[in-house]
Design a protein around this ligand. Structure first.
Ligand SMILES: Nc1ncnc2c1ncn2[C@@H]1O[C@H](COP(=O)(O)OP(=O)(O)OP(=O)(O)O)[C@@H](O)[C@H]1O
Ligand SMILES: [Mg+2]
Length: 269
């Protein structure tokens, strides 16, 4: 890992899916850098290529053309090196393994010693507030708890980058706000960069250093908005009632609807 390299660097990225009905231009002309430790959200209408972009970063798919590196390395190398953790909309837990064994799975797969694994799993479950549930099975947990298990698992190997695709999409509003605060705290504790896909404007604003607005057909970046909000990475619940926060919500909404973003402290590209 090159220390000074961006967490993610993308240049001229294209992804076209050949289908029977013709080519689908899922992504075109994507340029984006994510700094180490930075929280970047991707927001945009359904089908604009958010998941495709995340999958390309995670090396779950290959670009048609363009360049993509993760901590200065080609995406396949970063995957082998376990430079990032992934959490998607579905928690994707293994139902036959306990909570602790789900969280410890990546460590087990990579040959961590049993005692080290147990210590790390305990630390992670504590971090996501599930210490008491270590011995339970996924179907004995609520959706929000399952999602926290998935996040703990994604953090198991202390990745410097987290890739999250609508991880809180299925949760009720109260749980969702709690998970957002938890994620900010975890991110402050781990210093990880995050690329976060969401459909929620308030969620993107609350969490992000920058919000990337995308538009469909073909999917491209239509604007990048800097969230200059109080508290930096240490944002508290008060922020949700802050005037600057509402101004950012409005700015992102306007950018999404194709207008010129308005408001103080907003920049586009
Ligand atoms: N494997 C594939 N084969 C063909 N087309 C695909 C494939 N994967 C994605 N697409 C198309 O690429 C476009 C972008 O899809 P993608 O899943 O990235 O959108 P999204 O922004 O994540 O949408 P949503 O908000 O609904 O999750 C869509 O038009 C989709 O149909
Ligand atoms: Mg998607």
């Amino acid at each position: 890992m090159t220390e000074s390299a961006p967490a993610v660097a993308i240049r001229g990225l294209e992804r076209t899916f050949p289908t029977a009905a013709g080519d689908v231009h899922a992504l075109t002309g994507i340029d984006l850098d994510v700094r180490p430790g930075e929280f970047v959200s991707l927001i945009g209408p359904s089908g604009c290529g958010k998941s495709t972009l995340l999958r390309l970063i995670a090396d779950l798919d290959r670009p048609t053309s363009g360049e993509l590196s993760v901590f200065g390395k080609p995406a396949p190398r970063a995957r082998v090196d376990q430079d990032y953790g992934i959490a998607f909309q579905q928690a994707g837990l293994l139902p036959w393994r306990t909570v602790a064994d789900n969280v410890g799975l990546p460590l087990q797969l990579h040959g961590a010693r049993k005692a080290d694994r147990a210590a790390r799993v305990a630390e992670l479950l504590d971090m996501v507030g599930l210490a008491e549930f270590a011995g339970r099975f996924p179907d004995q947990l609520s959706g929000g708890m399952q999602q926290r298990v998935a996040i703990a698992r994604a953090l198991a190997e202390k990745p410097k980058l987290l890739l999250m695709d609508e991880p809180f999409g299925a949760l009720d509003e109260m749980t969702r706000e709690k998970m957002q605060s938890d994620l900010l705290r975890i991110r402050a504790e781990t210093g990880a960069a995050v690329v976060f896909v969401t459909h929620s404007i308030p969620e993107a604003v609350y969490l992000s250093d920058r919000v990337v607005v995308m538009s469909p057909r073909p999917g491209r970046i239509s604007g990048i908005l800097e969230m200059r909000l109080e508290g930096g990475a240490d944002r508290g619940e008060d922020l949700r009632e802050d005037e600057a926060y509402f101004a950012m919500v409005t700015a992102v909404r306007e950018a999404l609807h194709g207008g010129e973003p308005a408001g103080r402290g907003v920049e586009t590209r």
